[in-house]
Design a protein around this ligand. Structure first.
Ligand SMILES: [Zn+2]
Ligand SMILES: [Zn+2]
Ligand SMILES: [Zn+2]
Length: 119
């Protein structure tokens, strides 16, 4: 699952629209449960994301990280590419292996120094 890089107001508006379209209607606490605020791993940065119900059972850069080799690196969300990255100690951003784009040949192109090898 990819993050929803929105302000809280934008996220709440989208969720209200989405809730109206759902059939059957979602539980009344649906709007309160989403969005969730999460701290990116190894950072002090918070962002609003999808609710954990949405990615249940899949690897997720927020809710269900796999045991990959870059778990110690801080996460950084690239709003320009809609891609979660892990910043290695040399300052290079590598696609987070739990972002579906990381397995896409085009989307995963980055200036790599080899630190994501084996992830
Ligand atoms: Zn998730
Ligand atoms: Zn590196
Ligand atoms: Zn890399």
């Amino acid at each position: 699952m990819v993050e929803i890089p929105l302000t809280k107001q934008q996220a709440e508006m989208l969720i209200r629209i989405e809730a109206k379209l759902l059939d059957p209607p979602p539980p009344s606490d649906y709007i309160d449960r989403v969005p969730e605020k999460h701290r990116l791993e190894n950072t002090k940065t918070y962002m609003f994301t999808h609710h954990k119900d949405k990615c249940a059972g899949q690897y997720c850069v927020i809710h269900n990280m796999s045991d990959h080799s870059m778990r110690n690196f801080p996460q950084q969300f690239r709003y320009d590419r809609y891609l979660m990255e892990r910043i290695c100690p040399h300052g290079i951003g590598h696609p987070d292996p739990d972002d579906p784009k990381a397995s896409d040949r085009y989307e995963s192109i980055h200036g790599c120094d080899g630190c994501c090898a084996g992830a």
